[in-house]
Write a protein that binds this ligand. Structure first.
Ligand code: DMJ
Length: 469
């Protein structure tokens, strides 16, 4: 059913509460630790600070939390220091910082966001200094030429990490009129495209020196997920002109459908993992984004496959809902299994946590927009209530350690993606479709909206700064 405007206020209040709690106990740090009431000193970002601020900018802005958005903007202007010297995750800095700053720029037109996004984007380039141009997972943000560009050449590069740069890098080239960013990501794509693939599947690890696959482990959960997402979104963001991305996406999806998609004895559709030809009947919570991804791709795959892909998207989303519904907390576990009698449940104790992750509500949001079936709003509301009941404590939101336990134990972390993604997707699920319309925007994998680059008769200046409702 349609919610009335007082219902959407709940989300507005949840965002405000998460923000206020972060501000009170962890302002300027990367993330809030709500139990210990301090900040999370995570080195993932190589010394960059304020991850929750950057990740929240667009959510605050679209929700109309104006004072909070101003505080965030002022922090970026005065305190976001990019001259840090640590080794950072290329992937995480790109999706959260570059993506967050780009989307803040496109939504607001504030030059400071563009300036910082470009400055930071430039600092990521040394990661590509490998014999193949397949980047390292880590990059030294100091850009000190006497040191290694970052990363150990003996370590593999991860498919999801090297494949989740395209959207942001295309926009960096658009904004700077410097093709270097596009060249870097097109080189990755070209390389992946020409590699032999077992049964058409993409293994999750690559060697950045030889350029070959490191092992034959395939998953659309951890290590693989957003590579597939960025193929279809590259096509959509190019105003449906990037035929190469489109072909790679549909070929990959066909291989996944043929080799990994399974039906459980109880009739649940799931996407198994593949280890050198042997199926592992499990799904990561992360893999639940695929309902939404397959849904948005269904329309463009050709008339013969449209209904099949829509059904697949709906069935996977249903399974992810079951993983939530089969717990007493109505929150889903980190991994759920379909073997030894398990049906979308987590028999292993160390796989039962819920980290405030967005993927399930992300798929609800896309499926709602594609079908307007009210069940997706009902399911989103269930998540919202569960978050309020089990994850909200006096000092912020926290993940939980065991979604099957009635005695809730918190993990002491309000992840920045909770503000960037989980709350944003819930808000969009209960908003009108023209708020960040899927015709004009694509969401990067951290839910930061980037505009579709229209290549029609009207001009580029307009194209790079679309109207925001
Ligand atoms: C986010 O940082 C992104 O969605 C990423 O693609 C996967 N992991 C988290 C959320 O779970």
């Amino acid at each position: 059913q349609l919610l009335d405007s007082s219902d959407i206020l709940v989300l507005f209040q949840m965002m405000k509460f998460a923000w206020d709690s972060y501000k009170r106990y962890a302002w300027g740090e990367n993330e809030l630790r709500p139990l210990s009431k301090n900040g999370n000193d995570d080195r993932t970002f190589g010394g960059l600070k304020g991850a929750s601020i950057i990740d929240s900018l667009d959510t605050l802005y679209i929700m109309g939390l104006d004072d909070e958005y101003q505080e965030a903007k002022e922090w970026v202007e005065n305190n976001l220091k990019l001259n840090v010297g640590g080794e950072a995750s290329l992937f995480e800095v790109n999706i959260r910082y570059v993506g967050g700053l780009l989307s803040a720029y496109y939504l607001t037109g504030e030059e400071v966001f563009k300036r910082k996004a470009v400055e930071l984007g430039r600092k990521l380039l040394p990661a590509f200094n490998t014999p193949t141009g397949i980047p390292h997972g880590v990059v030294n943000l100091a850009g000190d030429s006497r040191r290694a560009p970052g990363g150990d050449l003996r370590r593999s590069s991860v498919l999801a990490e090297v494949g989740t740069l395209h959207l942001e890098f295309v926009h960096l080239s658009e904004l700077t009129k410097d093709s270097i960013y596009i060249e870097k990501v097109m080189n990755i794509r070209k390389h992946l495209n020409q590699l032999d693939k077992p049964h058409g599947l993409y293994p999750n690890a690559l060697n950045p020196v030889s350029g070959n696959w490191e092992q034959h482990f395939v998953s659309i959960g951890a290590l693989g997920d957003s590579f597939y997402e960025y193929l279809i979104k590259s096509y959509l963001m190019s105003d449906r002109t990037d035929e190469e991305a489109k072909k790679m996406y549909y070929d990959a999806l066909e291989a996944i459908d043929k080799n990994l998609v399974q039906r459980s004895p109880g009739g649940l559709t799931y996407v198994a993992e593949w280890r050198g030809g042997v199926l592992d009947h499990r799904m990561d919570h992360l893999a639940c984004f695929s309902g939404g991804m397959i849904g948005i791709g269904a329309e463009h795959g050709g008339p013969g496959s449209r209904q099949h892909q829509l059904d697949l998207a709906a069935n996977i989303t249903h399974t992810c809902h079951e993983a939530y519904r089969r717990t007493p907390t109505m929150l889903g576990p980190e991994v759920f299994r379909f073997d030894d009698g398990a049906e979308a449940t987590a028999p292993r104790v160390n796989e039962r946590h819920y980290l405030l992750r967005p993927e399930v509500v992300e798929s609800y949001m896309y499926m709602w927009r594609l079908t307007h079936d009210p069940k997706y709003r009902d399911w989103g509301w269930e998540v919202l209530e569960a978050l309020e009941q089990h994850c909200r404590i006096a000092t912020g939101f926290s993940g939980v350690i065991d979604v099957y336990s009635h005695m809730i134990q918190h993990d002491n972390l309000q992840q920045s993606f909770f503000l960037a993604e989980t709350l944003k997707y819930l808000y969009l699920l209960f908003s009108e479709d023209d708020l960040l319309s899927l015709e004009d925007w694509v969401f990067n994998t951290e839910a930061h909206p980037l505009p579709v680059i229209h290549r029609n008769c009207t001009q580029e200046a307009e194209d790079t700064h679309p109207e925001y409702p």
